[in-house]
Design a protein around this ligand. Structure first.
Ligand code: PLP
Length: 461
């Protein structure tokens, strides 16, 4: 097939083989890619996207179960987002951040409306890592302290402070960069660092460990604790009951600020505006990006509690970005709010998650020898693959490269061949389709993953 059909039913021709060859040649010769050994990769050239699907140049369709990098919440080429960006570009394409802009103000007001009470101000950035950089900078200014605590299993972005706070191996080559970064173990019952057997135990023990870490590091030296509300790329780790409330109590006791990193889960992934709403958590700063406008134009930011904002009423905030609150990005954000409200996106995420994804995935634990655990919420789930359910040995050893990447590589190849683009990280595949995916596509995609898991089953012992 060398054409595709958009959601209005129009058929479009895809570029020809010569165009594909040119894309590959330019990419290989000139594009320096993220997180990769440049000589070992062969990125797929993508020709078009529509809703939850994208097409390569040969006309192969991929149902996107990764929402790109878990950002494409409203899918490709959403007409409302595209129109909003086009209108804004025709009116005022850019304006510097020290000038008041209608669309920037409107988006900040919309965000404040859905944030918890006592959060009125928004500082805009170009993405998630910068949002975390600035949240940390605010916390350091307000508390006059330097250290920041983060989890070992975490990802907070790739800029200097954000990569230092990242717990996973992506930080190794950059260590030590920010000298104030201190890490602790978060709750993860399936591989409990505290040998817990129940969620309650895991919550209590993880909090006791965090308290010890604070006491041994020196409470008066700690500016903030940063936590992904649901840990994202490190495994969709849902916090056990009481954990985030306990973090709040520790922060209050020791005068530490709590930063909720909502870059991946904010704006609908869990069926809530913010993930904290699902867990009754009360942070001081909330960082966001991705879902705020599905990544149509780079945008992120920090939602600031009044308590923190007041500090900067008479004290200058030492930071800023040329493109802070870029009008095109904000226009896409305003349109995102309209679509969410008009189309009941949050309700549909909760419904699809509870009615279709959760029961299907729970069934896989029974039917597949390779599926050790499934966990998640809304349209954000992890399927954790093991060689052996008894020992829980990961199907891919931690940070595996080369030959041992085979089981997950073979699983991913099988899914792609059958038309689903999976999100694979270490020994997990995450289920994170666009929030607008049709019910039929969701069911079809899950059955492709189900079938591809039989490839992984062959590697179990
Ligand atoms: N924080 C979390 C939880 C993320 O998942 C990510 C990106 O995946 C980031 C921060 C970094 O965001 P960005 O890539 O927009 O800088």
């Amino acid at each position: 097939m060398t054409e595709y059909t958009d959601r209005q039913g129009h058929t479009h021709a895809l570029p020809d083989a010569a165009a594909e060859a040119q894309v590959r040649a330019d990419d290989r010769a000139h594009v320096f890619h993220s997180w990769s050994a440049q000589g070992l990769i062969d990125p797929l050239p993508v020709a078009a996207g529509e809703g939850s699907t994208f097409w390569d140049y040969e006309g192969n369709a991929y149902l996107d179960f990764s929402s790109q990098l878990v950002n494409l919440n409203l899918g490709h080429q959403h007409p409302d987002l595209v129109a909003s960006i086009q209108q804004q570009a025709g009116r005022l394409a850019t304006i510097q951040p020290a000038i008041a802009s209608d669309v920037r103000g409107e988006l900040a007001r919309l965000i404040a409306e859905v944030a918890p009470d006592g959060f009125e101000k928004v500082f805009f950035t170009n993405g998630g890592a910068e949002a975390n950089e600035y949240a940390v900078r605010m916390a350091r200014q307000v508390t006059g302290r330097r250290k920041v605590l983060s989890m070992y299993r975490s990802y907070h972005g790739s800029t200097s402070t954000a990569i230092s706070l990242t717990g996973d191996p992506r930080r190794w080559a950059n260590d030590p960069s920010d000298i104030g970064a201190v890490r602790f173990f978060g709750p993860y019952l399936y591989r409990s660092p505290f040998h817990s057997e129940t969620l309650e135990q895991e919550s209590e023990r993880a909090l006791a460990h965090l308290e010890q870490t604070i006491l041994l590091e020196g409470p008066s030296t700690i500016a903030a604790i940063i936590i992904e509300t649901v840990v994202g790329t490190n495994g969709v780790l849902v916090p056990p009951p009481g954990y985030l409330q306990g973090v709040r109590e520790l922060c209050d006791r020791f005068g530490i600020l709590y930063i909720a990193d909502e870059v991946m889960v904010g704006f609908g992934r869990l069926g809530e505006w913010f993930g904290i709403d699902a867990f009754g958590a009360r942070p001081d700063l909330i960082t966001f990006a991705k879902g705020v406008n599905s990544g149509y134009v780079p945008l992120g930011g920090v939602v600031i509690s009044d308590r923190v904002a007041e500090f900067f009423d008479r004290t200058a905030f030492p930071g800023g970005l040329t493109y802070s609150g870029h009008p095109l990005a904000c226009a896409a954000g305003v349109a995102t709010f309209e679509v969410f409200r008009r189309d009941g996106i949050l309700e549909r995420v909760r419904d699809l998650g509870e009615r279709i994804v959760e029961p299907t995935l729970r069934g896989w634990v029974e039917s597949h020898p390779s599926v050790g655990e499934v966990r998640g919420r809304g349209l954000f789930w992890a399927v954790e693959l093991v060689r052996d359910k008894e020992t829980r040995e990961p199907l891919v050893p931690f940070n595996a490269a080369g030959a041992d990447a085979a089981p997950m590589g073979a699983f991913a190849a099988a899914a792609k061949k059958a038309g689903v683009w999976p999100f694979v990280h270490f020994n997990r595949t995450h289920i994170a389709p666009p929030l607008v995916i049709s019910e039929d596509d969701l069911v079809r995609g899950l059955s492709v993953i189900d079938e591809a898991l039989t490839v992984a089953d062959a590697y179990t012992t």
